[in-house]
Design a protein. Structure first.
Length: 124
C-alpha cells in the first residue's frame, strides 16, 4: 500500500467515511454506508485496518475524548486530509487494540460489515 501522501485521492474517500465513527452520533445508522465506501475501495481488509488504526484513529480520537465532542457532523475534507497526514502512523505496527475499547468495537463492526458488503458485491 502506498503512503497516504502518495494516495490522497483514493484514501480521502475512505478517511471521509471512517471519520464518522469519531463523531458524537449513533454510528449504527452510519455503519452500512461507511462499510459500503470501504468495500468499494481498492484496499484490502488489511489495508483498511491499517488506515483505520494508523491514519484515522490518531487523527480523530481527540473528538470522542472531549465531551461534548467538538465536532458532530464531520470535518471538511481539506482539514481532515491535513490532520491525517500530520498524525499518520503509516508503516508502523497497529496499536494495542485493548487500549482503545471504543475504536476496537467500531473496527470489529466495520470489518464484519465490509466483509458482508464485499460478499454481496461478488454475488451480484
Amino acid at each position: 500500500m502506498r503512503s497516504p501522501d502518495e494516495d490522497i485521492e483514493d484514501r480521502s474517500i475512505v478517511w471521509d467515511g471512517m471519520q464518522h465513527l469519531w463523531m458524537d452520533s449513533d454510528t449504527s445508522t452510519l455503519l452500512p454506508e461507511i462499510a459500503r465506501i470501504c468495500a468499494a475501495s481498492k484496499y484490502t481488509l488489511r489495508d483498511l485496518e491499517a488506515i483505520f488504526w494508523n491514519e484515522v484513529h490518531p487523527a480523530l480520537k481527540f473528538n470522542m475524548a472531549l465531551q461534548p465532542a467538538p465536532e458532530w457532523a464531520g470535518f471538511g475534507i481539506e482539514w481532515l486530509t491535513q490532520r491525517v497526514l500530520g498524525t499518520s502512523r503509516f508503516g508502523k505496527p497497529l496499536p494495542h487494540k485493548w487500549l482503545y475499547p471504543y475504536a476496537s468495537d467500531c473496527w470489529r463492526k466495520l470489518y464484519a460489515s465490509i466483509v458482508q458488503h464485499r460478499s454481496d458485491m461478488r454475488m451480484n
